[in-house]
Design a protein around this ligand. Structure first.
Ligand code: ATP
Length: 254
């Protein structure tokens, strides 16, 4: 692993669904140890980008390198290096949280004692120790997110791709997730996550890419993009606040 290789390098990524160009030529450069935010309005192409970057959705064109390894040419090599919190959280519902971690550990070919130790620590850290033997099908949305995040961390990957990790989690859990991820990046790990919460992105991220209509409309260090303003204002300026039509919603609250 040469030190100057980017943790993630995306070039010319494209994906269309019928007539809809969900991702229309995206380039991203994510340095090692970076907390990188992918932000954009609903339908901008964030999930589609993350799905292609993590080997879940085949691109129409473009390349994704993780630590210099091509995700689509060497999927196994790339997947060893990444942890993923995918959209939709499709989990094995009939396993308990602890069993889910154990199963993931086996898939990752980790020794059983390592899995047991890490699973215990992860369940404890995310406040799921008491629910470790409960079936995932009975978990709340926030609990599902946290156990899925634990699965993403279990094999100690170099790069984490997280689709909306803070959505649906309570404030205490959000703080725990923040602390875990900050510790991860401070030790050289890289986090790429999508979010709509600008305050969080502003506070956490070193770099950000603002995506709109399947394209990157601005990217760089957060402080440079902000240029003294709030990221929220920059975001709204760039993606364009949608005005209300004359007379629209006049009936509401009347
Ligand atoms: P959100 O913030 O609402 O989660 P997003 O930025 O993650 O949005 P995507 O989910 O990547 O956006 O969607 C980008 C575009 O691609 C949208 O127009 C969406 O309708 C379309 N799209 C995404 N997945 C599919 C699919 N499987 N089939 C058809 N269209 C799709």
């Amino acid at each position: 692993m040469t030190p100057d290789v980017r943790a993630v390098q995306v070039r010319g990524l494209r994906k269309s669904f019928g007539q809809v160009a969900a991702v229309a030529g995206i380039d991203l450069d994510v340095p090692r140890g970076c907390f990188f935010g992918l932000v954009g309005p609903n339908g901008a192409g964030k999930t589609t980008t993350l799905s292609m970057a993590t080997g879940l959705l085949r691109p129409d064109a473009g390349t994704v390198l993780v630590d210099g390894v091509d995700v689509w040419r060497d999927p196994r090599g790339a997947k060893r290096r990444i942890g993923v919190l995918p959209e939709g959280l499709r989990l094995f519902e009939r396993l308990s949280g602890r069993e889910l971690l154990e199963f993931s550990g086996r898939l990752r070919q980790l020794p059983a004692d390592v899995v047991a130790q890490r699973s215990g620590e992860l369940l404890e850290t995310f406040g799921l120790a008491g629910a470790g033997n409960q079936l995932v099908v009975d978990y709340s949305t926030g609990m599902r997110k946290k156990v899925a995040l634990a699965v993403a961390l279990l094999h100690n990957p170099g790069v984490l791709f997280l689709d909306e990790p803070f959505e649906a989690v309570d404030p205490v859990s959000a703080r725990t997730i923040r602390d875990v991820l900050t510790r991860f990046t401070s030790r050289g790990g890289t986090v790429v996550f999508s979010s709509h919460v600008m305050e969080l992105v502003e506070r956490l991220c070193d770099e950000v890419a603002i995506v709109n209509g399947g394209r990157v409309v601005a990217a760089g260090p957060v402080d440079v993009l902000r240029a003294g303003r709030s990221l929220d204002d920059v975001f709204v300026d760039l993606v364009g606040a949608r005005g209300w039509g004359v007379g629209a919603l006049d009936w509401l609250g009347g």
